[in-house]
Write a protein that binds this ligand. Structure first.
Ligand SMILES: Nc1nc2c(ncn2[C@@H]2O[C@H](COP(=O)(O)OP(=O)(O)OP(=O)(O)O)[C@@H](O)[C@H]2O)c(=O)[nH]1
Ligand SMILES: [Mg+2]
Length: 303
């Protein structure tokens, strides 16, 4: 589809290369690249999609991307595929591959395998998002499987968090009720062509009505289905509403600080694990205090 653009299309190979380099980067390389991030100064709108395996995240994102490609010159999608056994089997079998569904020169899609077994994220998702800023993307959509720690991290890293539920997500709605889940900005009951979608949506609304939101944004609940094009438009509109609200938030500096804190802690954690693995033979037979001192000493030496 032709489009009038004031900027040339992005260099697909260069973006792919930067992301690969970043995905495999050492901590020293990440720190060296961070000056480029600051210099680029770009700020893509960040939208996170999280939810149980098979909830329909990739399907929804593919449809949404077709809908939103017109309003962003450069639209990126990063999908983190869990590599752990609990999401294997049938769900992996019929998982939707977004790159087969969207062919558009304004859209860049890339999947990554998650690193740690029980986390639906790669170690350095914050750095990958930064790479998209360096390449001047207007909007980036992040797909992750929502398990435990992931939701907390995604909540920090994105502006707009969309949680995908299905009519069968009763357990997750119970967990919401118990306050065991991070708050999303938009709740989607996907697969609304199946029975009990309306009931699930009402259950979520009831939970939200009793929860005191941490901000003055009022979370929206939307039913979607691949069989209803207008539901994708409704979701897209809700994302726009939230993005407009986010842009007027007064605490942008504290949002940036939380993201920086996470990124910093993640870099230290990775460096620490690497040092412990590399030095197992040297330190681990010593008393804990001595091993600790040695670790801190080496952390200081390696940047
Ligand atoms: N009936 C119905 N099926 C759907 C709908 N959306 C997605 N599906 C199906 O659900 C299955 C999983 O869809 P995916 O988009 O791969 O789900 P996902 O959440 O990305 O899955 P993972 O990435 O494996 O966590 C596929 O067989 C889809 O065709 C829907 O609206 N209605
Ligand atoms: Mg998927």
């Amino acid at each position: 589809m032709p489009h009038s653009s004031s900027r040339p299309a992005f260099d697909r190979r260069a973006v792919a290369k930067s992301l690969s380099r970043c995905a495999n980067a050492t901590v020293a390389e990440v720190l060296a690249a961070s000056t480029a991030v600051a210099a680029a100064g770009g700020n893509a709108r960040r939208i996170g999609f999280t939810g149980a395996p098979g909830a329909g995240k990739s399907t929804l994102i593919s449809q949404l991307v077709r809908h939103r490609a017109g309003q962003a010159e450069r639209l990126g999608v990063l999908a983190i595929d869990p590599t752990s056994p609990f999401s294997g089997g049938a769900i992996l079998g019929d998982r939707v591959r977004m790159d087969n569904m969207v062919q558009d020169d304004r859209v860049f899609i890339r999947s990554f395998a998650s690193r740690s077994a029980h986390d639906g994220l790669t170690d350095n998702v914050a750095d990958l998002l930064d790479v998209m800023d360096i390449h001047g993307f207007d909007e980036v959509i992040l797909e992750t499987v929502g398990v435990g720690q992931t939701e907390y991290v995604v909540r920090i890293m994105v502006d707009t968090l969309v949680l995908i539920l299905t009519p069968e997500s009763g357990d997750q709605i119970q967990a919401m009720k118990a306050g065991l889940m991070e708050t999303a900005d938009i709740y989607v009951i996907n697969k609304a062509d199946r029975p009990n979608a309306r009931q699930a949506a009402n259950d979520v609304r009831a939970v939200l009505a009793q929860t005191s939101a941490p901000t003055d944004w009022k979370p929206e609940v939307i039913e979607t289905s691949t069989q209803r094009a207008d539901s994708i438009e409704q979701l897209s509109d809700a994302i726009d509403r939230h993005q407009r609200w986010f842009a007027t938030r007064q605490d942008q500096a504290s949002v940036a600080r939380k993201r920086r804190a996470h990124q910093l802690a993640e870099i230290v954690r990775r460096q620490m694990h690497r040092l412990i693995a590399d030095n197992a033979a040297n330190w681990l037979d010593r008393p804990l205090a001595a091993a600790y001192s040695e670790l801190v000493r080496q952390l200081q030496g390696h940047s």
